[in-house]
Structures are given as C-alpha cells and as structure tokens.
Ligand binder design. Sequence first.
Ligand code: GDP
Ligand code: IMO
Ligand code: MG
Length: 444
Amino acid sequence: MLDFVPLSKPMTQNVITVNGDAWGDEGKGKVLCFLAQWADLIVRSTGGNNAGHTVVYSGIKYPLHLVPTGIVRGTATCVMAPGMLVDLNVLWDEIKFLRKNGIEVSPKNLKISDRITVILPYNILKDEWEEKVKGDGSIGTTKRGIGPTVEDKAARIAVRMIDLQKNTFENRIEEIFRTVPYDIIRENPNIQQECIDYCKKYAELIDPFICNTQVILNEACEAGKIILFEGAQSFSLSLDHGYYPYCSSTNPDASGTLSAACIGPLHAKYCIGVFKAYTSRVGNGCFPTELNDDVGNLIREMGHEYGTTTGRPRRCGWLDLVQLKYVAQANSQNCLAINHLDTIGQIGLQHGEIRVCTSYLSASQLQEISYVPTDLTDVRVLSYQYKSFPGWRIPDGCQTYQDLPKEARDYIEFIENFVGVPIAFIGIGPNDEDMIVRGTFLHQ
Ligand code: GDP
Ligand code: IMO
Ligand code: MG
C-alpha cells in the first residue's frame, strides 16, 4: 500500500454510477429510476438515441432515449452532459411525450450541456451508407448516426449545442460538407440545406435548456449533493474495451461515464453494475453463450426481448459469468443489480434447467480462460463450461430477499460468490416497485 501524507482536500463522495455489464438493455433505466428517489441530480453523459431505456413508473411505460429516465419522478435535476450525442428531432419529441404524460420538463429541471455534439440528418444517412458499404461485415448499428457523428467530433468539425446558441452552425455544416461522401450527396441533393433547416428549427426551442453543465456539477459536488449517473450502452459495446469492431462509438464504462461529464474519479462512492439473469445482444458480432434454438426463443418471448430503439429481436443466451466478473473488476464495481430474476425462473421451470457459463476453454481444452479475449477469432474457437440450476416462480407479494424461493437465492448467491461483488438490487418485474433491495439505505 502506497501511503502519501500531503496536505489534501477531503472530497465529497456522493456520486453513484449505474452501468451495464453486458451488451446493453440490462435494465439500467429501471435501476436508475428506482434509485432516483434519493438523488439530487441525475446525469446522462454517454451515447445518444441508440440507447433505449424503458421504465414503468406509476403504471405508465416510458421508453426514453435521451432524457435521463429519473425525470419521471419529478424530484431531481436532470443533466445531459458533454459526452452525449443528440438528435434534436428525438430530443424534442421526447420532451413533448413526457409533458403529454404530465411530467414537468423545463429549463429548471433539464440542463443540456452547450458542449454536446448534435447529430445531423446527414449523419444518419452516413450510418446507413457505411453499413451498406460494409456488406457482410456490417456492425448492425441502430442507424441513428452515432458512429458518423463521433467521426465528425474526432475530426473537430461537428456541430455542438453552443453553435445553435451562437448561430455558428451554418459555417460548421459548410465545413462538414467538404468531406461528405459523394454517394450521399448524389442520392440526397438537398441534404446540406436540410441540415441547416434542422438546426434553425430547433435553435430557439432548445436554447432555454442549454447551459454550462460543468458549473452545475462542480457546485453539486462541492455541496455534497447526491449525483446519479445513468449509463447508456454497456461495457462490451465500448469502443476501447468492448468487442471491437462490433461495438458502439463511446466508452460507457464507469470511468468513461464520469469523464464524459467531467466528474473527477474521487467523487464516486458506488459503482453499480447492472446485468440480466440471462444475456441479450442486438446487432452483429460474437456472443459466447448465445442460444440459437428453442430456449433462446423462449427467453426472447418470455423476457419481451425486442429492442426499445429499433424493435429488432434481441439475440438471447445464458448468463456469462466470465464476462460479468471481468467487467465488474474493470469498472471497480462494489455493488451489482440483477434484473429479470422472474423471467429466468420461469425459463427454468419450462425448460427444466437454467445455465450459467463459468469458464471459457481454449480449443485444445487444455487451458481455462478467465478473461474476455481481445481477438474475436479466439472467441470463435473457445468452448464454454456451464453450471446448471433449477427454475422457480416468484411468489405473489414477494418483497424481501427472504420471500424469494430458495432456488432463486441459491442462483443469486452463486453469482455473487463467483464475481466477488454483492448483489444489492434484484429485479423481479418491469415495474418500478418490482425491486428487492438487500441492505439498508442510510440517507442523512
Ligand atoms: P436498458 O437499456 O438497460 O435501460 O434496458 P431496456 O429498457 O432496453 O431493456 C430492459 C427491459 O426489461 C425493459 O423492457 C424493462 O421494462 C424490462 N425489465 C427490467 N427489469 C426487469 C425485471 O426484473 N423483470 C422483467 N420481467 N422485466 C424487466
Ligand atoms: P442501451 O443504453 C443495446 C449496439 C447496436 C450495435 C452497436 C453499434 O439501451 O443499453 P450504434 O448505433 O451505437 O453505432 O450501434 O451497438 N447498441 C446497443 N445495443 N442497447 C443499447 O443501448 C445500444 N446502443 C448501441 O445494436 O450492435
Ligand atoms: Mg436499452
């Protein structure tokens, strides 16, 4: 242990991150919305409307893509931080949808960073075009323009929220269009003007929400406010740490989420990893525990595994503990949340067993691999070892851990012993209150 005794400032540690531990859609929105009852601020900082977070709050279903899901509680200030990529059409539709359902969305409770990158209509066309050009090697993106917008951002030509405020977007768009592939222009001759009109349309509408969110976050940290981070996408979709190239274009791990909002690492108190009791994935690329059979179909139907954003059927398979342990370590997760314990119990009853993957074996079967390999060709030649469990039914009125059937508790305890991180939150249904909490909240 390295000890260093300088004059140092005591830091408030009131930040909680909620991140997905697989390929997205673990139910991050649901866990976030549950925790939001204790939060002062809720921050989303990564991804765009490639995300789809469904929460069922007070009996109403909210499939949200951009605005932090905790807004439905109406108690916290919601922040959309610099790392986000925002489609203005989707943002405005979402604000209207929330208001229609009686949820307050105003500049008072929704703060949009002036540094956020704006997704332009041409970025969406480019996403479609890139996927087409890649042919068999396509990623299976959500076609929401995410990758091409990040390309512009990295090329330092993108339009940001501040350009809407300062009326500098037209010059930016002109610069962008010097490099737009000719195929796109030929098929969409008015696209440059469409991008300008789109920015003009929303500049005034969005303006009251745009601000420097850093000032708000710095003050909140200093004042010891409880700040909750809503992760989008998930570790295995991370550009740097996921299964490249079959990944997204941001870094949705716990530190990436903090850094995309520029919150220093010393403020984090809990890093919560969310996973499902099975695994799902949309888009292409490897999926070690995928079930291309009736059991996979059964999980999809019983878990309603169809994309919130694109409606695509999600690929389904068993829970992969090698992946979960690796991701929990990489994110310094000190707490886990499992969802769909109800669904997997039913699968167990109908199919006769539930399985979890406990190790990857090399092709020669001589070497056990306890990490997620970088090279996808390695993954294809691995075989997988499983442990089997019986199913269960969640009893009516189940509220505490002890109310769960023993089979379900054995499943939970096997996972937490394997991963070495306690499972504090257990989802037993899609509704906000379908959550079992182990431990106690101390709120001073
Ligand atoms: P996110 O992207 O991680 O927020 O997850 P999604 O919202 O895309 O997908 C999770 C889906 O599972 C949503 O339809 C949720 O309503 C649903 N869900 C979440 N937790 C549970 C649970 O414990 N049981 C059941 N049956 N459904 C759940
Ligand atoms: P949430 O926040 C599931 C996947 C896409 C594709 C890959 C790249 O709801 O968990 P992109 O459009 O980002 O360039 O697509 O990433 N993907 C997601 N899959 N949930 C998400 O978000 C996702 N966001 C991106 O399906 O495989
Ligand atoms: Mg989702």
